[in-house]
Design a binder for this molecule. Structure first.
Ligand code: MLT
Ligand code: ZN
Length: 468
């Protein structure tokens, strides 16, 4: 780093929050998957919005691109350096402010973890609509920047739907202030909506005003063993119709369950294995268990159904689903694909993807799980070299053939950008490039994420998939 930039950053954040010692950087340089890693010249840790704005201005003047980073729980390589970018860590922006118990709204700094926000609002009778397994580390700023989904999208939608106001630092250092935000505010472009899901490429989110949902402590969880995904989706239809307050509908398969049992040391949920497992959770003001039990009575085999009401029992059932990510990671470094197809095609996808992978990449070991209610499956591939994209290509082309999306909730990052054209038209991609050029003409914010600023040439597009 040039001495003049170092001196400037020292003045802005203090020397202790400019990290250059190589021993301090690894946790900022490698993402959760361990597949994506790079080298940063430094990590800078501002404490508030003004410091973020000053850091962005300084780095732009010295032409040092920045990767904004929250809890670094991303799974698509978008939160770590790739080509010598510095890391702009937002974790110190961890204040919770302006809780409004009447409207059910709160403002959270970008670095507040989801769990910290849950622990703040739940005793006050409210809850955060979005929930996900990495809640202890994932930050609110990162969750908005990536439009995180999680386990309750079926009921409340993803993170973008919860944002009613936002503050962000633009690439020129200007502060976009849409706080506190109003539920009804129809005045021009929805810039917070645009920044949600922009993966740090358009601005650095510093504070967010979120709508909350009433806390619903009365909960019931059921885990069902079923012969197939088609059977699970059939049961889910009945539950959706008959059980009010359905908040989550998740699936996993025997190969994933086997990993979870082995790596997490859990006992099998049922005496015999099943082809597919469906986990559902209902929540309401009143106990949802009787209605859920009634819905299951007509739709599921009691010998392969577990119902849990108390918190420890519910957590025990959720562990079979939520511990998939860590169990897969303990087994190897996976390629993580996060796809969605129309719900009516989900069972076809699950069958076809296994056949296509067996033909195109026989060494790939697919572990599938996900959010069945949203048509969203996580296709994790073990046994594939980090830079071999043959299997990814086969999966993502199948998704496009079935009218789906190559990213349901994790984003494009760098992992999937070469396939963006499969489910986004040339007009769509060129409109996105125009927005990027307008807001970040110098390409200072998370360059190379989602797409490159320069369109690929015909030769780039004709180049073979690495590993093929
Ligand atoms: C999940 O649903 O558990 C997350 O998206 C994480 C993952 O896909 O591994
Ligand atoms: Zn997920």
């Amino acid at each position: 780093m040039v001495p003049a930039l170092r001196a400037r950053l020292h003045r802005i954040v203090g020397p202790e929050h400019l990290l250059e010692d190589r021993d301090l950087l690894p946790s900022y340089e490698t993402d959760w998957t361990r597949r994506f890693t790079g080298s940063a010249p430094f990590v800078v840790r501002p404490a508030d919005t003004d410091q973020v704005a000053n850091v962005v201005t300084a780095c732009r003047q010295f032409r040092v691109p920045l990767v904004p980073q929250g809890g670094n729980t991303g799974l698509v390589g978008g939160s770590v350096p790739r080509a010598g970018e510095a890391v702009l860590s937002l974790r110190r922006l961890d204040r919770i402010e302006d809780f409004d118990p009447v409207a059910g709204e709160v403002t959270a700094g970008a670095g507040v973890t989801l769990q910290a926000l849950q622990e703040f609002v739940r005793p006050r009778g409210w809850d955060v609509a979005v929930d996900l397994a990495s809640r202890a580390s994932a930050t609110i700023g990162g969750m908005v920047a990536t439009n995180a989904g999680g386990i309750r999208v079926i009921r409340y939608g993803p993170m973008r739907h919860q944002v009613i106001g936002l503050e962000a630092v633009l690439a020129d250092g200007a502060i976009l202030a849409r706080l506190p935000g109003l539920l009804k505010d129809n005045t021009g472009y929805d810039l917070p909506g645009l920044l949600a899901g922009s993966e740090g490429t358009l601005a650095v989110v510093t504070r967010v005003r979120l709508r909350l949902i009433p806390a619903r402590p009365a909960r019931a969880v059921a885990l069902l063993g079923l012969p197939s995904l088609a059977a699970a989706l059939h049961v889910l239809q009945a539950i959706r119709r008959q059980a009010p307050g359905l908040e989550a509908a998740e699936v996993f398969f025997p190969e994933g369950l086997e990993l979870v049992l082995r790596h997490a040391g859990l006992a099998p949920p049922f005496p015999r294995p099943h082809g597919c497992y469906l986990l559902v959770e209902c929540a309401g003001a009143d106990d949802p268990a009787p209605a859920l039990a009634a819905a299951l009575e007509s739709a599921a085999d009691p010998a392969s159904t577990l119902l849990a009401v108390s918190r420890p029992d519910r957590d025990r059932l959720w562990a079979y689903r939520e511990r998939h990510t860590e169990a897969i990671s303990a087994e190897g470094i996976p390629h993580k694909l996060d796809i969605t197809v129309p719900l009516a095609r989900l069972a076809d996808f699950e069958a076809l993807v296994r056949t296509r992978l067996a033909a195109a990449a026989p060494g790939a070991r697919p572990i599938l799980f996900g959010h069945a209610g949203d048509g969203n499956l996580h296709v994790n591939l073990l046994g594939v070299a980090p830079d071999d994209e043959t299997a990814d290509d086969a999966v993502l082309r199948l998704v496009a053939d079935l009218g789906g999306s190559i990213s349901a909730e994790h984003g494009i990052g760098i992992a999937k950008k070469r396939w963006l054209h499969l489910t986004r038209s040339p007009a769509d991609i060129s409109a996105m490039r125009a927005v990027k050029r307008a807001l970040d003409p110098a390409g200072i914010l998370n360059p190379g994420v989602i797409f490159d600023l320069e369109p690929p040439t015909a030769a780039d597009e004709a180049a073979p998939v690495p590993g093929a």
